[in-house]
Design a protein around this ligand. Sequence first.
Ligand code: FES
Length: 171
Amino acid sequence: MDEVKAIQPIDEKTKWREDFPVDEVKEHYVERREFTKFLLLISGSFVVGQAYIGVRNFFRKSAQQLPIKKIASIDSIKVNSFISFEYPAKGDSCFLIRLTETKFVAYSNKCTHLMCPVIPQMDKMQLYCPCHAGYFDMNNGNPLAGPPPRALARVKLKFLQGEIYAEGMVV
Ligand code: FES
């Protein structure tokens, strides 16, 4: 009598493993050196990216030429008073303040906290932001109290033949 061999069913899920044996543990093992290389590569990419952004901003700022714009005549502003003007573009509201006979200052009216408009308080020599009670020194624009993190943007002034001009911003 012929001996009948039982045919074993082929397990398709594991058959390929026999054909292509892979040591999975070894395959997923990451050496310390490889991991360090990976970290260095990622850190290096961040450093290069930040450096690129810094250099690009530096050149963009230096290339940005703001217009020279007449604000008012010196005689039109009384001591201890202010006028509003727009600089460098329409809608960019600023103040020109006459502190003494010879001292003028000009600032953007955008608060450095969350951009609310500030209000000059001539009697206190301050600029006040009503949104979160921020205060700035009128002499130099520096923050005095409240949440504003830095000074107001200052408008560079130029005096020529009795007229006052804006010729740039210091941020
Ligand atoms: S926006 Fe001026 S203090 Fe917050």
